[in-house]
Design a protein around this ligand. Structure first.
Ligand code: TH1
Length: 787
């Protein structure tokens, strides 16, 4: 009661001082802002206390170009265990909590899995009382907003800061200067509290904003050179202007390199300055800091730390190298060749000449070390960090760190036995696996309160909130009809909520009695949204031929953004939207199947989609999806997977049983053994396949004269200068996928049998908590302790 009054009083105060109004007169967005500010007033003192308790202890830092945080309000209230109280308070004011929640923009400073993983890790570390802090970039524009116009993806800027961002605090006095060959830039930190569940530990996400050292050239202004007067300001601010919207591809652009060096240098300077102030030496730096490099995007940290240690602080090279190797650790998130970062020597020399010289020296030292370890001279090229005019950031990352990890067991095995095998032979002790995870606080407790309450009721405890393996105890209810019945009712409720939302934002009606078959992830050829599209079109034709075909009604849902420059991915979006138009407008098909491609898929949309899914689509080409994390979010909400043996799917099936999932398709070994694959011949032999593939070019669909569909068709049957035909095996896996979908259909007919599969998946999802992952990082790599 008292808490509520205090909160209201604070809200009134912020309403007056921020908006010059009373709370009652604020719009929803303003109400959201004053509520957040009022909460911050209570968070900040505890945040300070939390920092004190880690003073003098080893702490870990997650350097990442991306943090895909999503919304903060509900997550913070849940972790503060104050959600109910705030809901009540708002209700007393005649305000619907959901509308306030909806007023918050997603903090979408990431592309997909890699950025969302960083966000889950922060939540888990704070909850487990580990000191782990994030360092990244405060992009003014996050991942673009997506709309469909005429079925084509159209991008718009995501100006997420426009109406204010109440969760961060600008720490202007802790700004640092980052130096490039073409001038200096000021890095200004903005700190956001990361509140652990139960609020014992509050860690920090520090994001850097780029500003000009000298904002305004008064001389130039006086001489009426107005553009020149603000040029420095614009140039500097461009560095943190916008997130590069590429997921798993490397563009090699100058501005991107600037972003990387900008946040890495600022972060290291920040750590070094604080450390020196306390210890007056850097010799023990690695004993108090563990720094995780989230992929190679922050790998320039290795030469930058060498620069600081040797050139600024005057340490000897070999001493500095020892500190560096023992401070840093590297996570590899992909095997895709197009994602492995290589920077041209030219670019590096132009922008970061001093850093380049240091990389040369590191490369020289590596050669000597390899020779000393008995590597033959002719083998050296395979390891060279600088090679063929490029700098290989992955090689730099393996050599400059004490640990290299993959993100799922299959992925790590492929690193060790194939891609990085030559490195593994030199440094076997550096390689390890850390299977990804997700936070159950956001992905179950927050997004599915109905199922959460039921679980807590059955277990007689909410211990699963911080120990997800508790869910295993649910397995004993797998044959309890009344439990399965309740589960189905909850699933139905979540489907109705989703359907209402889709109706509201997309204007489409969907049947909540149909199977919700959902594929949500970035649009990429290797993720094979096209395979699902072909399946749907084939099913449509089969239904046309045979209206009595025995199928359970299905709603096929897609959500995905395509990188704006990724022509094929955009072609696939248009193709699916064309299929949706055909299928959804056909009266004969109505009530049987429906296709919905939701617009602007993002974290806050995901929170509505995962709980409502009946089927989780995880159908990447084997060996291509390093882990996947969406697969885990479906499982946690009790949806069986239709998927390939790829990434963490392997471990999901290991935990929940193959009999409770629908595995299909080529495995890594099958693909390796394939010889003389000729999709042009093969697609004729599979009933119905030629017709759907050729629909791309036979006039069935209209791509608005963009040539998109023809290009997709060619990629499958002819190939391109850079790849063989159908290099993701869409045609090869089609029949196996169709057969697996038939199994889904048949299994769903037995409603209780289906619910049982869902239940076993849920009960065995404990392994996939990011709490488990973070505990492994903390113990096996960072060597940090809980508060
Ligand atoms: C993703 C992987 O594709 C995915 O399988 C994995 O679950 C996720 O990382 C988290 O480990 C990647 N995202 C990116 C983004 C960029 C570059 C490489 C990768 S790998 C920009």
């Amino acid at each position: 009661m008292k808490n509520k009054e205090v909160l209201l009083e604070r809200m009134e105060r912020y309403a007056l001082t921020t908006f010059g109004k009373r709370v009652d007169d604020l719009n929803n967005n303003e109400k959201y802002v004053v509520l957040a500010k009022a909460l911050m007033e209570e968070i900040v003192p505890q945040w300070l206390k939390s920092q004190e308790k880690f003073a003098g202890k080893k702490q870990a830092y997650y350097l990442s170009a991306e943090f895909l945080m999503g919304r903060a309000l509900t997550n913070n209230l849940i972790n503060m265990q104050r959600k109910k109280e705030v809901e009540e308070l708002l209700a007393e004011l005649g305000v619907d909590y959901n509308q306030i929640e909806d007023a918050e923009e997603d903090a979408a400073l990431g592309n997909g899995g890699l950025g969302r993983l960083a966000a889950c890790f922060l939540d888990s570390a704070a909850t487990l009382d580990y000191p782990l802090h994030g360092y990244g970039i405060r992009y003014q524009y996050g991942i673009f907003k997506q709309k469909f116009i005429d079925g084509f993806q159209v991008e718009e800027g995501d100006n997420w800061l426009e109406y204010g961002e109440p969760w961060s605090i600008r720490k202007g006095l802790e700004s640092v200067i980052v130096s490039f060959a073409d001038g200096d830039v000021k890095a200004v930190p903005y700190d956001t509290p990361v509140i652990g569940y139960g609020q014992k530990t509050i860690n920090t996400l520090r994001l850097w904003q780029a500003e000009a050292v000298k904002e305004f050239d008064f001389q130039a202004f006086n001489e009426q050179e107005y553009d020149l007067a603000v040029k420095a300001k614009n140039d500097a601010e461009n560095i943190s202007k916008v997130l590069y919207p590429n997921d798993s591809t490397d563009e090699g652009k100058l501005l991107r390199l600037k972003q990387q060096y900008f946040f890495v240098s600022a972060s290291l300077q920040d750590l070094v300055r604080k450390h020196k102030a306390k210890y007056n030496t850097l010799e023990n730096f690695h004993k108090l800091h563990a720094i995780q490099l989230n992929d190679t995007h922050p790998a320039v940290a290795i030469p930058e730390m060498m620069r600081i240690l040797t050139k600024v602080e005057g340490l000897e090279w070999s001493k500095a190298w020892e500190i560096v190797v023992n401070t840093f650790a590297y996570t590899n998130h992909t095997l895709l060749a197009e994602a492995l970062e290589q920077w041209s020597i030219k670019l590096y020399k132009k922008l970061l000449p001093e850093i380049y010289t240091i990389i040369e020296k590191i490369d020289g030292q590596l050669k000597k070390e390899l020779l000393a370890k008995g590597v033959e001279a002719k083998e050296l090229d395979k390891y060279a960090i600088i090679h063929n005019g490029n700098i290989k950031m992955a090689w730099l990352s393996i050599y400059g760190t004490k640990s290299t990890n993959g993100v799922a067991q299959l992925h790590t095995n492929l690193l060790i036995n194939q891609e990085l095998n030559h490195w593994y032979k030199i440094y076997p002790e550096r390689f390890n696996n850390k299977t990804n995870g997700i936070t159950q606080r956001r992905w179950l407790l927050q997004s599915n309160p109905e199922l959460s309450n039921f679980i807590t009721e059955l277990l007689g405890s909410d211990a699963w909130i911080t120990n997800l393996t508790e869910l295993k105890k649910l397995e004993k209810f797998a044959d309890d009809q009344s439990v399965l019945q309740r589960f189905m009712e909850i699933k139905k409720m979540k489907k109705e909520q989703l359907a209402a939302y889709i109706k509201r934002v997309e204007g489409i009606d969907i049947d909540t009695n149909s199977i919700f078959d959902i594929q949500i992830k970035r649009l990429h050829e290797y993720k094979r949204q096209l395979l699902k599209a072909f399946y749907i079109l084939d099913l449509y034709y089969r239904l046309k031929e045979n209206p009595d075909l025995d199928i359970i009604p299905r709603t096929f849902i897609f959500g995905a953004k395509a990188a704006p420059g990724y022509f094929r991915a955009k072609g696939i979006i248009k193709f699916i939207n064309e299929i949706a138009k055909l299928v959804n407008n056909d009266k004969e098909i109505s009530g049987k199947i429906k296709v919905v491609f939701v617009q602007n898929y993002r974290v806050s949309y995901a929170e509505k989609l995962f709980p409502a899914a009946d089927v989780s689509e995880q159908i990447s080409t084997a060996g291509k999806e390093a882990s996947g994390t969406g697969n885990m979010k479906f499982m946690l909400n009790g949806a069986p997977t239709i998927g390939t043996y790829d990434g963490a799917n392997v471990e999901i099936v290991e935990e929940a049983g193959e009999e409770n999932n629908f595995i299909f398709g080529l495995r890594v070994e099958d693909i390796a053994a394939l010889k003389d694959y000729n999709p042009k011949e093969e697609y004729k032999k599979i009933k119905g396949l030629q017709r759907v593939v050729d629909s791309l070019v036979d006039g069935t669909f209209d791509d608005g004269k963009t040539g998109m569909f023809k290009e997709l068709h060619d990629a499958l049957l002819i190939g391109a200068s850079w790849h063989k035909p159908d290099h993701y095996y869409v045609i090869k896996d089609f029949e196996s996928y169709r057969e697996a979908q038939q199994r889904v259909n048949d299994a769903y007919k037995d409603r209780l049998g289906w619910a049982r599969k869902c239940w076993i998946n849920l009960a065995n999802s404990g392994k996939f908590s990011s709490d488990r992952t973070i505990d492994q990082y903390a113990k096996e790599i960072w060597e940090i302790e809980k508060a």
